[in-house]
Design a protein around this ligand. Sequence first.
Ligand code: NAP
Length: 282
Amino acid sequence: MGAKIIDGKEIATRIKSSLKSDIQRLAPIRGFIPKLAVILVGDDPASSIYVKNKEKACKEIGMGSQVIRLDSNVTQDLLLSEIHRLNNDKDTHGILVQLPLPKHIDESVVINAIDPKKDVDGFQPINMGKLFVGEKGFQPCTPKGIIALIKETGEDIMGKHAVIMGRSNIVGKPVSIMLLNENATVTICHSKTQNLKELARSADILIIAMGRPETIDEEYIKTGAIVIDVGTTRVDGKLKGDVVFERACHKAGWITPVPGGVGPMTITMLLKNTMQAAYHNE
Ligand code: NAP
């Protein structure tokens, strides 16, 4: 059996084009364009690339963006005062602090300082709490993108068994709650889980977010399952997912590639959240 590919790049392009039209339509009525502010601390090369890509994506759809670059020695107090300034700036609708932060800064204090109404990354505990109780708020971008990809298959989520490998705060935990909110029956696995293969093989929807390149093959996959590979690890300069793609394709019904699967959806959901912050947050 040959799995159908869930083309994240194509889906992301389609969503971005619709967001661009929305801005063109709404900006004249509302009198402003949405704006995202990104704070980058230090000069980590990977973080710099992520921030550049975010800037580029904003530009592509006609959204405003501002990157605030701070020295790696910046004090926590100065970083917090920058966040307070952006919280009070009426022209800034979304605020994102690029992670990781240098060791002398407490990430949770910084994330907590972001106004929940501008927390377009969805990591602020108020938004996490809203997700938990099923209230409207900002949902973290990668999990939100994963749900959008699953829905693109046209298959029902309700009543399906979803198995998630990974329990991080940015992927595994929030995507599990989102699938539960969609009425899936959810199993969360982690490094201490026993019989991982058996659990995975019972999944109608299998989400792998471990950061262990090419470890999941067809033996972990139920025939016809939807397989979402979140993993991205650079191996010899090449981006690798957690799934052995060619082998998984023999069993899966649907599968995301790496690159070109979950990755492009993450930034797209950030743009979507910033639109929500600007135009639908009253
Ligand atoms: P993380 O914080 O390192 O979490 C990894 C999770 O996998 C942990 O819960 C860990 O269990 C679990 N795990 C590790 N080895 C395992 C094993 N052998 N069996 C079962 N579970 C195992 O990673 P993350 O931040 O969630 O990211 C996961 C992957 O997704 C990474 O490759 C990352 O680069 C990628 N990612 C991609 C995007 C994107 O936009 N494409 C966005 C975010 C992340 P414990 O909790 O027990 O340690």
